[in-house]
Design a protein around this ligand. Structure first.
Ligand code: SF4
Length: 375
């Protein structure tokens, strides 16, 4: 697939699509970002007008990106092959990063800031699928633990302590708790529920929990009763062949199981309060993928479509992200089906769909027709 030259004259959404794929070259010390961990990483948060985006800055594609960030008199300038497109300012390092627990653990080993207002934590940093043959090829969950950047398991009271500080000092507005998979039964839901309960004693901020579909459906009720507002059940791909190739172990959970789980989770959390991560650019069939998104949407699930981020240390480290044309097409289709069924990023209470910083999907949702911005 040939990469279209987006260039300086294209509108903001298309630039957003392009920089989320290709990343930005930044100078040393410009932005403090995140490396390793679960989910998309090797990135940093930037403000573009009233939205915040997580953009790749530490992975391979970012190193050779045509986009760069240059210090200017009025802020940082985003340049495309040396031509200035717009101002793009890194999100400040949060103040809670400077704090420690009473026993000397830095708060940012317990939770980190995503985007500009999301506190995120991987409550269990290990995963039964993290073996050389089994691990998901796009995932870096074991690396930050090996590098000593995080704790293997975050205690509920530690999280509550960090939430209080991040709310007070940095004005966080929502919380996302994810987990590696510790077993084949509750799949992390038990520890997530304990963490949510502890946070609820100190904060009323909306919380998303993310895990594989637990074996016993009662976990959805337990998580909801603990105080979680939304849940992420991340299928990663709707293409069975891609799932088997990219997720040798996790793909043993069938797509049927995921769709059943979506229905059960929506029955507990409500429409628009269940999300699934869908990574594009792993060789998936386009039609199958869009059909999978449509089926999820019909159940009330928000498919959070993101481009593959080839992360350092993962088995896809040397892969290329998908083309921006491909992503733009997918965003338009998914945004249209969301709008047709009344689902939206805005109506999600917490989590990745609400945050939206790793995807350009929400910016397509905001258009009534291609090219017409509604706000
Ligand atoms: S979209 Fe999800 S993973 Fe990305 S910054 Fe927001 S909360 Fe974090």
């Amino acid at each position: 697939m040939k990469e279209r030259d987006i260039g300086p004259s294209s509108d903001e959404s298309l630039i957003l699509v392009d920089i989320q794929n290709r990343g930005i070259r930044i100078g040393q010390g410009i932005a403090s970002g995140r490396r390793g961990g679960a989910g998309p990483t090797d990135d940093a948060a930037f403000r573009l007008g009233d939205q915040t985006m997580m953009l790749p800055v530490f992975n391979g594609p970012a190193e050779s990106s045509p986009y760069s960030l240059v210090d200017g008199v009025d802020g940082y300038k985003l340049q495309y092959e040396g031509k200035t497109l717009m101002y793009l300012n890194p999100v400040d390092r949060p103040q809670f990063y400077d704090l420690y627990t009473a026993d000397g653990i830095p708060y940012n080993k317990i939770a980190v800031l995503h985007s500009s207002d999301v506190l995120a934590s991987t409550v269990i940093q290990s995963c039964i699928r993290w073996g050389p043959e089994d691990r998901c090829k796009f995932c870096a969950i074991g690396h930050s633990l090996a590098a000593g950047a995080t704790l293997a398991k975050k205690l509920p009271e530690q999280l509550a302590e960090v939430v209080m500080a991040a709310e007070r000092l940095d004005g966080i507005r929502q919380i996302t708790l994810t987990t590696g998979t510790p077993n084949e039964t509750d799949r992390g839901a038990h520890h997530l529920a304990e963490c949510v309960r502890a946070i609820r004693k100190v904060s009323s901020l909306p919380i998303q929990v993310q895990c594989e579909p637990p074996e016993d459906d009662s976990w959805y009720d337990i998580l909801k009763e603990a105080g979680a507002n939304t849940i992420g059940l991340h299928v990663e791909s709707f293409d069975e062949q891609v799932r088997r190739r990219m997720m040798p172990s996790k793909s043993r959970i069938s797509l049927d199981t995921y769709f059943e789980a979506f229905g059960k989770a929506v029955a507990v959390f409500g429409r628009n309060q269940v999300t699934t991560y869908v990574i594009l650019g792993m060789g998936e069939d386009e039609e199958v993928t869009i059909a999978g998104c449509a089926r999820a949407v019909s159940l009330g699930v928000y498919p959070f479509v993101v481009p593959l981020r080839p992360l350092r240390g993962t088995l896809l480290e040397h892969s290329q992200p998908p083309s921006s044309d491909y992503m733009e097409k997918a965003y338009r289709k998914v945004a249209e089906m969301l709008s047709d069924t009344g689902l939206s990023s805005a109506d999600s209470m917490a989590g990745c769909a609400k945050c939206g910083a790793c995807s350009a999907l929400a910016s397509f949702e905001r258009r009534k027709a291609p090219g017409v911005a509604t706000r």
